[in-house]
Design a protein around this ligand. Structure first.
Ligand code: CA
Length: 239
């Protein structure tokens, strides 16, 4: 998985929450914040710069129902995957959980690796959807809108179709380098008129837009005869 995914776990079971956190950290690629109540979940959301890529949400919480909380998040416009943890495996609970806008549910007791597999599947599916909001260095990247935003600098960068496609493919390739030929075929298809020179030209323009120092890129780096996106780089082009 590319970069680190920030996960919020809202669970009042004081054995389950730390165990799950540990398993997510061990699985790799996750950074976890835990909350034991809806109030704590709210303050996690309100923490400056908080960003969650997915939420694992218990239904029975001391100060409310996780399903209502999920419905509220959806009303507020949060679209990240939400996986509900349910103690009551009754069908009504499940249906209500999904009605509230949750993407999936898992009944307790469950195995951590199963939850992690479902979480990864939800993240993959969300990241390829129209609503996806991806984090690339200091930017939020909306592939469907071909838009990068640097909230701290109140700056918006519009991308061309090809630039957005390049960035999206590199993002999905985890922090691994992608060979030029592979990237070329992914973005342009099998078109004999398009050569790696075309790709290099697009990479050059993209770097002019997004890098603080395009001559010494830190986000979109050249590596092993290809390109690699470094989504956790904090540097960005000056406004
Ligand atoms: Ca509970």
């Amino acid at each position: 998985m590319p970069g680190k995914r920030f996960i919020l776990i809202v669970e009042d079971d004081r054995d389950l929450a730390p165990t799950l956190t540990e398993h997510l950290i061990d699985a790799g690629g996750f950074s976890v914040v835990t909350a034991t109540s809806l109030e704590e979940a709210d303050s996690a959301f309100n923490t400056r710069d908080a960003r969650f890529d997915a939420i694992i949400l218990d239904i029975g919480l001391p100060d409310g129902d996780g399903r209502d909380y999920c419905a509220r998040l959806r009303r507020q416009g949060h679209q990240m995957p939400v996986i509900m943890l349910t103690g009551a495996d009754g069908e009504a609970d499940v249906v209500r959980g999904l009605d509230s806008g949750a993407n999936d549910y898992i009944a307790k007791p469950f195995r951590s690796h199963e939850l992690i597999a479902r979480l990864r599947a939800q993240l993959r599916s969300f990241e390829s959807s129209e609503e996806a909001v991806l984090s690339v260095g200091p930017y939020t990247f909306r592939p469907a809108r071909k838009l990068l935003q640097d909230a701290a600098k109140n700056r918006r960068i519009r991308l061309t179709d090809k630039e957005a496609a390049i960035l999206k493919f590199l993002y999905r390739s985890a922090a691994r380098p992608v060979d030029r030929q592979i990237l070329l075929h992914e973005v342009w298809g099998y078109n004999p008129a398009v050569t790696t020179h075309t790709l290099e030209t697009h990479i050059y323009r993209l770097r002019q837009k997004i890098e603080a120092n395009p001559a010494n890129p830190s986000l979109l780096v050249t590596e092993h005869g290809g390109y690699r996106l470094n989504p956790e780089s904090e540097t960005a082009a000056a406004a």
